[in-house]
Design a protein around this ligand. Sequence first.
Ligand code: TMP
Length: 205
Amino acid sequence: MSLFITFEGTEGCGKSTHIHKLTERLQADGHSVRVVREPGGTESGEQIRKLLKHGPKNLTAEAELLLMNASRAQLVREVIRPALAAGEVVLCDRFYDSTTVYQGAGRGLDAARVQAIIDFAVGETRPDLTILLQIPLGISEKRRANRRGTDRFESANREFFQRIEDGYAALAKSEPERIRAINADRPLNAVQANIWTAVSGALKS
Ligand code: TMP
C-alpha cells in the first residue's frame, strides 16, 4: 500500500534513528519501504546537498530556496512518484515544511513566494502524514555543539533556531490533520510508540 510520510524537526531531534526503526517495523509487517532524504536523495540532489551544506558562506537566501527546491523537484519525479506508483511506503527525511520553516521563518523570505516555489517543485505530490519531532532548543544546541564539523545551517545563531522552533509549532497548529507533533525529548520507545500510532492510523485510512 502506498503512503508518503515525511519527517521534520530541528537539528538533533532524532529523525534518522526514528526513520530507521520505523522502516524495520514496516518491513516486518510486509511493506516495501523507500527511504530518502532532503536535500539529496538522487545523484543530482546529493551534489546540490554538498553545495547547500558545505558551500560558500555567502550563498544568498534566495539561491538557497531555489537549490532546495531544485533538489526536491528531481527527487519527486525521479524517486517519490515512481515509488508511490509501485505501492511503496516512502519515508522522507525532511520535505517542503523544512523550506517553509528554514527559508521562510528562519531566513525571513516572503511566505507567499516561498510557497509558490514549493508548489512548482512538488506539483500534486504531497505527504499523507508528517511526523514533527520536537525537542527543546537547549537540547538541540548541545547536540549541535557535540557534532564534529558544523555545516552552513548548524553554525547559525540561537535566534535563527528559535525562529525554526516557532515556525514548526505554527505549522503544526495550522495543519493538525497532516502534521503530528511528537515530544521527542523522551525515551526512544515512547517516541516510537507515538510514531507507530500515527503511521498505523494513516495506513488504515
Ligand atoms: P540534515 O539532512 O542533516 O538535517 O541537513 C539538512 C539541512 O538543510 C538542515 O539544516 C535543514 C536544511 N534545510 C533547509 O534549510 N530547507 C529545506 O528545504 C531542507 C529540506 C533542509
